[in-house]
Design a protein around this ligand. Structure first.
Ligand SMILES: [Zn+2]
Length: 176
């Protein structure tokens, strides 16, 4: 094993260890969720303002809120009040921001103020995110169920507590 390989493997082990357990993880989870909420407040959406952060190895590596793609007007809803089709969800924005940079979302944690929809859940799974923490459950829980099928750790936190969710559905795994 070369020195570089050794450093890389140690960095990997370090990241895994961090993501699996940190004594003050509940406090950190709450702090990151508070920040995700603040980020969501920047959204121009009228209906729902959602914020997301991607955290890895104790660092925020990406952020996003629901909004129009770069170059489009900020409005998220049309005259009928419905969300415009080109608007990206907070998680999708955070993950696509990573695609433009050099950081990897492999084994990272996603904090999002509203639980992911099914479309975002697919992106989250394919991005290698290993843990999703959300605050408010979206009425359509198919995204959460999909994440659980992909063996992604899913947790709901409120202001003072967090709840681990498990879906006992051994449906089709999403590895391929
Ligand atoms: Zn979504």
């Amino acid at each position: 094993m070369t020195t570089l390989q050794r450093v890389e493997s140690l960095a990997f082990i370090g990241t895994k260890a961090y993501n699996s357990y940190v004594p003050n993880q509940p406090k950190l989870d709450q702090a990151y969720m508070d920040m995700a909420e603040r980020w969501g407040s920047l959204s121009h959406a009228v209906r729902k303002k959602v914020g997301a952060l991607v955290v890895k190895g104790g660092q925020i590596i990406s952020d996003g809120f629901n909004g129009a793609p770069t170059g489009f007007p900020n409005a998220c809803e049309g005259e009928d009040g419905e969300t415009l089709p080109h608007v990206l969800h907070a998680e999708s924005n955070a993950l696509s921001k990573l695609a433009r940079g050099t950081q990897s979302s492999e084994n990272a944690t996603l904090y999002v103020t509203l639980s992911p929809c099914f479309q975002c859940a697919k992106l989250i799974a394919q991005s290698g995110i290993s843990r999703v923490v959300y605050k408010t459950a979206y009425s359509d829980r198919s995204g959460l169920e999909f994440l659980a099928k992909c063996d992604i750790e899913v947790e709901e936190i409120t202001s003072s507590e967090k709840v681990s969710l498990s879906f006992h559905d051994s449906g089709t795994p999403c590895s391929d």
